[in-house]
Structures are given as structure tokens and as C-alpha cells.
Ligand binder design. Structure first.
Ligand code: MRU
Length: 346
């Protein structure tokens, strides 16, 4: 199903999230059903948007932030008082804990309310957050593509593509920009258990663009690094701490360790809205714990032995020293650390 919106900001044939032209509903592509079905949910309350974020109908740090900004637009239409709006905004903020883009977007929308914005101005602010994210991804892509050699095989983990952002993508934006500049690039996509963002979403996006992509199970990267078959790794991020530590989908830290052991660059691509200068280091980043049934079950069927537990942290932290460079729309941080981040802080 094409995006049921006359003029999607994503400017692609699909879009993770859009605000309807009448500002009365949010369209969310249900990423849980991809790639087999392309279905958009029409959400008319901020509580439904919060649930869509928590249940991962929409996921990926920048896309979550944009969805929450649109959620505040819906909340402001319903709320009869500032207190009620505050409570609805808090519900959006709580939907997922690790991606700081979520809190950043809600706070930016609330400060717009504080400045006295009316309903159309609030909707415009949310659309501006969305538009700016797409532009940021284009800049990130152009900067990152300079570090991708012609003929490179690139490993990525999770999905940091158009589906995870306002459009174009961060890590996949780097790959797209490299391809658009004429370079030949092959991609290896970690399947990314337990939610399969790599297998379902990254593979779907790149295949549609005609970019060669093959799926690896999460345990295979070491084998391919050891064979010299991976030239670099590039991933997105959910939160970058002041010291340059980077939170991203569980399994990212292992990729960074392998890249270092095999003397290959490990890059992070993220918009400035992912940088949290209020967070001193990786150990202060809240890590989401999700239901262990995502591990023990395949769909409704239990595949783990009865009586055995599991662990399911959604994210891990890669220390700054393992990150070769961070690509942001404000510039490249290399070497990665507090000085480089503060230099780009406007
Ligand atoms: O649990 P998810 O799918 O929301 O996790 C997403 C990631 O870890 C992405 O890599 C990150 O949000 C960056 S998206 C541009």
C-alpha cells in the first residue's frame, strides 16, 4: 500500500510516520508486519501514538522522535488544560527509554507550547522536526560516503534506514550516498535478533533500492571479518553520551570489538538530536529491557525449553575508543570524544 498521504515528507514510496494534512491523525507504517505486508495505521490520539512507539509499530530513534512530535500535536488538540497536555506528553516520553530523540522531540514541542504556539504552529513545528531530520540524513550520508571506498563490503547492524528516520536513513544514508556517488558497495546485514530489524527491514529497504545486500546471522560477523571480507562497519545510534560512548541495538558492541580486532573502521551515523550532552557516559544511558518472550518464542510458539529464562536488553553501549568516527549533520567527530562533541555543540 503506498503512503496514504498526498505529500509525504519522507519523499519515498514508503514512510515510517507522517502527520495527516488536517493535523488530526498520524499515519504509521506498521513495521512489525514488514516485509510481507505494507500496512499503515491511522492514529488519532497521542495515547495511540505512545502505544505505537512502545509496541514498535514505529521504531528507530529519529522516527520515534518524529512520531512523538506528531503525538504532541494530537495531544494538544484534546487536552483541556496545560496539566492534561503535560500528562499526555509524559506518556509519550515514557514509551521507550533509550532513544534520546524521543525526549528531545517532546521537550522541543512543549517549549513551543510554552512560547504560545497555536495548533497550526505546533503542527508546523513537528513537520519541521521531520523535514530537518531528512535534511540531516542527507548531510550525514554525504559526509560518511567519503569514508566508503569504491568496491567496499559494508557490515551494518539493526536498521538505521529510511524506516528508522524521517527518510533516507543514517547508516543506510551513508550507504545510499556512496552508491549515488557512483561507488560499488555491497552490504552485509546482521539479522539482528530478536526483532529481526536487519533481516526484515534493512534487507527490504536496500533490495528495493537495488543495492546488493545479503543477510548474516548475528554470530557470523567474526567469520567474515577473519576472512578479510568486511571493509568497514557503519551503524546508527539511540544515544551518544558526552564522552562519545554510543548506545545502539544489542549486538553493536560485539561488531565494534570485531572491527577493532581486525583493524577495520567502525563508524556511527546519527543526527545531532541523538547526542545527549547531559549524559556523562555510557553507563548512565538507560537500557531498555523487553519481554523475554521475544527470545523464548517464535511468534506464538515457545522454542526454548519450559522453565528456562532468558535475558533481553534491547541495546548495548560501545565505548568511544572503539568508534572510528561519528558522522553528524554538523560535521564528523574524529577522534571520538568529549572535545569533538563539544566543538560541534552550537
Ligand atoms: O529497537 P529499535 O529497532 O528501535 O532500535 C533501533 C536501533 O538500534 C537503531 O540502530 C537506532 O535507533 C538508529 S536508527 C537511525
Amino acid at each position: 500500500m503506498p503512503v496514504p498521504h498526498p505529500d509525504p515528507i519522507s519523499a519515498a514510496s514508503y514512510s515510517a510516520v507522517e502527520l495527516c494534512p488536517e493535523n488530526d491523525a498520524v499515519l504509521m507504517l506498521d513495521q512489525r508486519r514488514l516485509p510481507s505486508e505494507e500496512v499503515y495505521e491511522r492514529l488519532t490520539t497521542s495515547t495511540e501514538v505512545a502505544r505505537g512507539i512502545a509496541d514498535m509499530v514505529v521504531r528507530g530513534a529519529p522516527a520515534i522522535g518524529i512520531a512523538a512530535a506528531y503525538g504532541v500535536v494530537l495531544a494538544a488538540r484534546r487536552a483541556k488544560s496545560r496539566d492534561e497536555l503535560g500528562a499526555l506528553a509524559a506518556e509519550l516520553r515514557r514509551a521507550r527509554p533509550t532513544a534520546v530523540n524521543l525526549m528531545w522531540a517532546v521537550d522541543r514541542m512543549l517549549s513551543c507550547v510554552e512560547r504560545g504556539a497555536d495548533a497550526p504552529a505546533l503542527a508546523e513545528e513537528a513537520r519541521e522536526i521531520h523535514r530537518a531530520d531528512v535534511l540531516a540524513n542527507r548531510c550525514i550520508g554525504a559526509l560518511g560516503a567519503e569514508r566508503v571506498p569504491d568496491g567496499a563490503t559494508v557490515l551494518t547492524h539493526c536498521n538505521a534506514g529510511a524506516l528508522a528516520t524521517g527518510g533516507y536513513g543514517t547508516a543506510l544514508g551513508v550507504i545510499r550516498a556512496a552508491v549515488e556517488s557512483g561507488k560499488r558497495v555491497r552490504v552485509l546485514a546482521d539479522e539482528t535478533r530478536p526483532y529481526w530489524q536487519g533481516l526484515r527491514l534493512t534487507a527490504w529497504e536496500l533490495h528495493q533500492d537495488g543495492i546488493p545486500v545479503e543477510i548474516l546471522t548475528d554470530g557470523m560477523a567474526g567469520f567474515f571479518f577473519s576472512k578479510g571480507a568486511i571493509d568497514l562497519a557503519v551503524v546508527g545510534s539511540d544515544r551518544i553520551a558526552k564522552n562519545g560512548d554510543v548506545a545502539n541495538k544489542i549486538g553493536t558492541y560485539s561488531v565494534a570489538c570485531l572491527a577493532r580486532l581486525h583493524d577495520r573502521p567502525f563508524y556511527v551515523a546519527a543526527p545531532w538530536s541523538t547526542v545527549d550532552l547531559g549524559c556523562p557516559g555510557g553507563s548512565a544511558i538507560p537500557i531498555e529491557e523487553r519481554s523475554i518472550t521475544e527470545i523464548t518464542h517464535l511468534g506464538d510458539r515457545r522454542i526454548a525449553p519450559e522453565g528456562v529464562g532468558a535475558r533481553n536488553p534491547g541495546f548495548d553501549v560501545t565505548p568511544a575508543r572503539l568508534v572510528s568516527a561519528i558522522f553528524t549533520e554538523r560535521g564528523v567527530i574524529d577522534p571520538v570524544g568529549e572535545a569533538g562533541l563539544l566543538a560541534l555543540d552550537a
